[in-house]
Design a protein around this ligand. Structure first.
Ligand code: NAD
Ligand code: UDP
Ligand code: UDP
Length: 312
């Protein structure tokens, strides 16, 4: 029995992961309920003999035979995960239980796409994996943050209780082609605004900072994590430590698009973290991985993608 299951495989990260898995000859089962993902992201794979697409919601049980599972199903942007917060928690928690139950039955190795949001609004900078986080349990981001934290708990309890092979990666802000144009994330918002000649919307002062990882770097790290020795469970931070303020990001995007957009300032959303930067020492040591794509280069690729998309 061989086969790799990618839940959320029609989404931004999932579709790139499917591409890489197919390219290296794996038999891929992509499962998605198309809440935020789209068939367009994987349309080029549909005719491939080793690619299979299944419309399914991971909050319901799934009986298939695979030997590796990448569990990515979950809306990732605040606009999408706050649209139906109860379903967001269900996706993280019931989805994790179902995928862990599946992995247990078929003895598959399983990787969870966790998030830097488990650190909440961090008091430690940059954040090492040993930091437990500062998360509001009842705020508007909690369905995502606490859902992902509970999923990590489930992964480690299945590991301890059932001796399963688990892998947990904490992904920091990642960007690239196939990001959803309307997901409200800063990179897609700024690019779409710059290409439309509109003002770029800076929330708050614009001095808050983020670290942006290009999708190709991230997928490489996820594959290395899945292939790492069984005793390495993580959690491991994956991201690009290079940190930029939103003002710096806006300037770069205006410069690369060659547009003449101005900045306009809007209120800062509730619970918006002030800064976030991964400490990736563990990923360097255990996976031999460091990100290689500079922000300017990744932005050029992403801007080219959005230009093509908006021209259609
Ligand atoms: P995305 O929204 O593009 O992809 C998520 C996919 O999951 C979509 O295709 C969606 O339709 C699918 N999905 C949602 N609920 C589902 C359900 N109940 N059943 C089946 N499929 C479902 O987001 P993404 O950026 O590709 O994120 C993928 C994963 O990585 C998510 O788990 C997210 O939390 C995690 N992550 C992403 C980032 C980032 O910067 N992109 C950062 C941290 C963590
Ligand atoms: N499950 C699944 N596919 C499988 C096996 C299990 O979707 O191949 C789901 C099922 O809904 C179950 C959950 O995973 O409730 C957890 O499974 P586990 O064996 O851990 O616990 P159970 O609830 O069966 O006691
Ligand atoms: N942001 C912004 N303008 C936008 C969208 C987002 O200034 O049009 C800010 C947002 O307030 C946050 C940062 O950019 O401080 C990153 O937001 P995003 O939603 O992309 O990621 P996250 O907050 O989850 O890291």
């Amino acid at each position: 029995m061989t086969g790799v299951l990618v839940t959320g495989g029609a989404g931004f990260l999932g579709s790139h992961l499917c591409d890489r898995l197919i390219a290296r000859g794996e038999d891929v089962l992509c499962v998605d309920n198309f809440f935020t993902g789209s068939k367009r992201n994987i349309s080029h794979l549909l005719d491939h003999p080793y690619f299979e697409l299944m419309r399914h919601d991971v909050t319901f049980p799934l009986y298939v035979e695979v030997n590796r599972i990448f569990n990515l199903a979950c809306p990732a942007s605040p606009i999408h995960y706050q649209f139906d917060p109860v379903q967001t928690t269900k996706t993280s928690v019931h989805g994790a239980i179902n995928m862990l139950g599946l992995a247990k039955r078929v003895k598959a190795r399983i990787l969870q796409a966790s998030t830097s949001e488990v650190y909440g609004d961090p008091e430690i900078h940059p954040q090492p994996e040993s930091y437990w986080g500062k998360v509001n349990p009842i705020g508007i981001r909690s369905c995502y943050d606490e859902g992902k934290r509970c999923a990590e708990t489930l992964f480690f309890d299945y590991f301890r209780q059932h001796r399963m092979e688990i892998k947990v990666v904490r992904i920091f802000n990642t960007y690239g082609p196939r990001m959803h144009p309307n997901d409200g994330r800063v990179v897609s918002n700024f690019i779409c605004q710059a290409l439309a000649g509109e003002d770029l919307t800076i929330y708050g002062s614009g001095l808050q900072s983020r670290s942006f990882c290009y999708v190709d770097d991230l997928i490489e790290a996820m594959l290395r994590m899945m292939d790492s020795p069984p005793d390495f469970t993580g959690p491991v931070n994956l991201g690009n430590p290079a940190e930029f303020t939103m003002l710096e990001l806006a300037e770069k995007i205006i410069a690369i698009t060659g547009g003449s957009s101005k900045l306009c300032f809007k209120p800062l959303p509730e619970d918006d973290p002030r800064q976030r930067q991964p400490d990736i020492s563990l990923a360097k040591k255990s996976l031999g991985w460091v990100p290689t794509v500079a922000l300017d280069d990744g932005l050029k690729e992403t801007i080219a993608y959005f230009r093509r998309m908006l021209a259609q």
